[in-house]
Design a protein around this ligand. Structure first.
Ligand SMILES: *Cc1c(COP(=O)(O)O)cnc(C)c1O
Ligand code: SF4
Length: 459
């Protein structure tokens, strides 16, 4: 009798154990790796782990940065970075820890360099559909620094500073100091402004979930963590809170040595637990190199204190858009008890077209990572729809035309009737697509075509 086979499926041989050496996600950078940077050659471990030392030696002046790496890079690179700084909308801020993780021998290609240090030679014109607050966070703010877009959750921007400044920052309209290119909206950490936000949250019984972000919770003083945490925990309607911070990815030392800050966070988490309310930490690793043995110790300390950590990555070209990189990132985070929650398709942000990639890339990557590990460690790939549509699963578009790079999403919980469009970067489109964008008269036409196609699908 003929054997029935399912097309495309092989017999499943028994799995052989893998070579432990191949489990590279467990091979974390350790030892005194920072000593290869001439400026840190004499820094001992205790000093390197001291968060005050890391903060004090964080670099904010382009000249200082170029000084530190001068012996490690070519004069051409220095000139290129100088031009990049001049044209960048984001201020510079790089921790010694981050600086020591960059492979300066390959400075052009290095995934961490790409995220923090702009180069004039790779800058591309912004997409014509870009505006500075593309997420409409300010338009959706009932009080300054509080965005209430979704029915039951709100985003509280407590302050406008961070331990480092990322080139790709969505909030480059507010975060950091003014640059040659952008004058920022001010979101100072003032108790007055915060009180207006708390009063608004108290006045909205439907609000159950508060994201405390900025800027970055790392830059909140310990007593501010306690004040904000307790004030929100005291509101009967608030059931869930997350402190958002890039910190663990750029200065894990703080978790290990800033005892008052750690105790404040652990205290709010603990008090929340007693009140049956969830308080967690959301962080922002983008590349597997950002997780070292120091990160492991920091994550272990959080885990022991019962603090859940989730991660939100930003998908960036040349940083984490290759399947093997994303797999390694997810596996390494899982190994350190960090849940991969979201991967954001890069927002439309000024001055970083070289970092954006396409919705098509995100869809393919998702396919490549799902099934790799536990479902709860597998991120959802989302587009934060420009115009205030909020996060949408990148697969859920009503229409996507890879030629024009326009995708159209609906977001019924935000606005039943609206269509929200996202735009792939033009330099990754086909020649035909690029040609259409080169002609301003085509822009509205392309948009109208996309919306019409989305509408047609609804009927
Ligand atoms: C991302 C975000 C939230 C939280 O959304 P989740 O999908 O629950 O992570 C809340 N408010 C705003 C405005 C946001 O951008
Ligand atoms: S840490 Fe977050 S808020 Fe701060 S610059 Fe980076 S992306 Fe922006």
């Amino acid at each position: 009798m003929e054997k029935l086979t399912i097309v495309g499926r092989d017999e499943h041989p028994q799995k052989a154990p893998v070579d432990p050496e191949s489990l590279v996600h467990r091979q974390l950078l350790g030892g005194d790796f920072w000593r290869k940077i001439p400026a840190y050659r004499d820094i001992d471990e205790a000093t390197w782990l001291d968060h005050r030392w890391q903060s004090k030696h964080t670099i904010v002046k382009p000249d200082k940065l170029l000084d530190v790496v001068q012996e490690l890079v070519t004069p051409g690179f220095i000139a290129d970075a100088r031009e990049g700084f001049h044209r960048a909308p984001m201020s510079l801020r790089v921790s010694p820890y981050l600086l020591s993780l960059i492979d300066w021998a390959n400075a052009y290609e290095d995934p961490l360099r790409r995220q923090f240090i702009p180069l004039g030679s790779v800058l591309r014109p912004d997409h014509p559909k870009l505006d500075l607050d593309s997420l409409h966070e300010q338009a959706d703010a009932p009080v300054p620094g509080l965005t209430h877009r979704y029915p039951d959750k709100a985003l509280f921007l407590a302050l406008d500073t961070c331990p480092v400044y990322c080139r790709f920052c969505t909030r480059s309209y507010a975060v950091g100091v003014d640059t040659d290119q952008v004058e920022k909206v001010s979101l100072k950490p003032t108790v007055d402004r915060w009180e207006r936000a708390f009063e608004y949250i108290a006045s909205r019984p439907e609000l159950e979930d508060i994201v405390i972000s900025g800027g970055d919770s790392y830059n909140l003083r310990a007593e501010h963590i306690t004040t904000i945490g307790n004030r929100l925990l005291d509101l009967p309607n608030v059931r869930r809170m997350r402190f958002a911070t890039k910190g663990p990815a750029v200065m894990p030392q703080k978790i290990l040595t800033d005892d008052p800050w750690f105790a404040a966070l652990a205290g709010v988490v603990e008090r929340g637990r007693k009140l049956h309310k969830e308080v967690v930490l959301h962080t922002h690793f983008n590349h597997p190199t950002e997780l070292t043995e120091i990160t492991q110790r920091a994550m272990n300390r959080l885990f022991e204190a019962g603090v859940t950590v989730r991660n939100q990555s930003v998908l960036q070209r040349g940083v984490n858009d290759a399947p093997e990189t994303m797999r390694l990132l997810i596996k390494r985070m899982s190994y350190l008890n960090v849940h991969a929650y979201y991967v954001y398709v890069h927002d439309l942000v000024k001055g970083v077209e070289d970092l954006r990639t396409t919705v098509g890339t995100a869809i393919e990557l998702e396919k490549q990572v799902r099934g790799l590990t536990a479902g709860f460690n597998t991120p959802t790939f989302v587009v934060d729809a420009p115009g205030g549509g909020g996060k949408r699963d990148c697969h859920s578009f009503e229409h996507y035309n890879p030629e024009t790079g326009i995708s159209v999403y609906r977001s019924p919980n935000v606005n039943e009737a609206a269509f929200y469009c996202y735009f792939d970067p033009i330099d990754l489109l086909s020649a035909a697509g690029q040609q259409r964008w080169a002609d301003p008269a085509e822009h509205e036409l392309m948009l109208a075509e996309a919306i019409a196609a989305a509408r047609a699908r609804q009927r």
